[in-house]
Design a binder for this molecule. Sequence first.
Ligand code: ATP
Length: 228
Amino acid sequence: MTIDLKTVGLVRSGQTILHGITARLDERRIGVIGLNGSGKSSLARLIAGLMQPTSGSILIDGLDTKADAKALKGRTGFVFQNPLNQIVLPIVADDVAFGLTNRGVPRKEAVKQARAMLDRLGLLSLAERPAHELSGGEVQLVALAAILVMQPGLIVFDEPTTALDLRNARRVAAAIDKLDARAVVVTHDLALARSMDRVLLLHEGRLHFDGDPAEAARRLEALAEVAP
Ligand SMILES: Nc1ncnc2c1ncn2[C@@H]1O[C@H](COP(=O)(O)OP(=O)(O)OP(=O)(O)O)[C@@H](O)[C@H]1O
């Protein structure tokens, strides 16, 4: 799967949030880092097709996120920064099955697939638990299960380890590492960023650096020092 960013620009409420971002991404794990407000979440949402660019275009395997939105539906998953917003049904297994039933898979089969996915992530013990009782780390992993069960080719994560302790952050990082799907990961977690194949560093809506993860992390540290 290739993500082709072609001079992607985004203007919101008269403010330019992204300035002509161009990159052709073929790697399996793409990190996106930058200071607060640099445009990371906006870029992630554009790649996932949740918003449309104001100028330029984004092609996923040659399909335009704007013109071919219908064809791309279901191919890309998005894991939100606060995955509690993503949970719609009270019991974990039903929630993980929700996307499948929505797609027309019979409920029994959908729940079976959901339980298998929870099992794969080592979360089967959570299947019958009320979702609102889960810890932050468990919610993050359940949200990931709900996306994975849909078998998207690309998963976009918006700060997946924020608010997680080291153990759960590592579990999420390991789950991302094991994915069959491609991943775009927005993160402030430099250990997670360093584990990616390629990292985009955004600064004030511009692509400040694109390439080696360790170098991207070093450049971010340099930006953090000079930032007011
Ligand atoms: N709908 C909007 N209207 C106006 N400005 C917006 C809108 N959405 C985002 N912005 C602004 O765009 C800039 C980039 O926001 P974005 O959420 O993409 O940054 P980010 O790099 O993900 O930040 P953070 O690390 O704080 O989550 C910010 O200055 C933000 O205030």
